[in-house]
Design a protein around this ligand. Structure first.
Ligand code: ZN
Ligand code: ZN
Length: 188
């Protein structure tokens, strides 16, 4: 599914769609994302100029993730496009398939042996497509640092005037004035 003999790729290009199942996707999804039962759909277009192959791809799918702030599950609609060049050692970017925009800007893999393997590329692109610190919404309020309540569900019972001890320490330093050393960092 991922390996192609370069000579057999038509210069005019060809396209195909495959389903990558959730088990395949798992190593690239990190700790927070999980692909749904339908896996990830991969649409690829390969085209060739001499020994240079261009891969234009699109990954789509319904994933779920664990919110970085409130730890609830939330849906993620994956829709990610990428273009990549495979060059043989002696090739250069001056000869690329015609339908490739901005070849100077593209990431490149150098291959040998007359074959390309797309699996590492697709896995890496999937990993890049997923946010590093995903949130269930832009306005997620996260968990109360003291009682652990999910603040999206409403305020907790912690006293509202009890401020973060780091801010209190910082203000004390300012009031006292003249201290060069900052407040001691405390884990909360
Ligand atoms: Zn959240
Ligand atoms: Zn609380």
């Amino acid at each position: 599914m991922f390996r192609f003999v370069v000579e057999e790729i038509p210069e005019s290009g060809f396209e195909f769609t495959r389903t990558l199942d959730a088990a395949w996707a798992r190593p690239y999804c990190g700790a927070q994302f999980v692909a749904g039962d339908d896996g990830v759909s991969m649409h690829l277009k390969l085209s060739r100029a001499g020994n240079t192959v261009a891969v234009q791809g699109r990954l789509t799918g319904a994933l779920t993730f664990t919110c970085s702030r409130c730890a609830e599950q939330a849906p993620f609609a994956l829709d990610y496009a990428f273009t990549h060049l495979f060059l043989e050692e002696e090739s250069n970017r001056s000869k690329v398939p015609k339908d490739v925009p901005d070849p100077e800007e593209l990431d490149v893999t150098v291959f040998g042996g007359g074959e390309i393997d797309l699996e590492p590329l697709v896995g890496e692109e999937l990993a890049l497509a997923l946010p590093i610190i995903p949130r269930c919404s832009e306005t997620c309020r996260g968990l109360c640092q003291r009682c652990g309540r999910n603040l999206n569900e409403g305020p907790c019972a912690c006293p509202p005037d009890e401020e973060d001890p780091r801010w209190a320490a910082l203000r004390r330093v300012k009031l006292e004035g003249g201290h060069d050393a900052g407040p001691e960092e405390k884990d909360v």
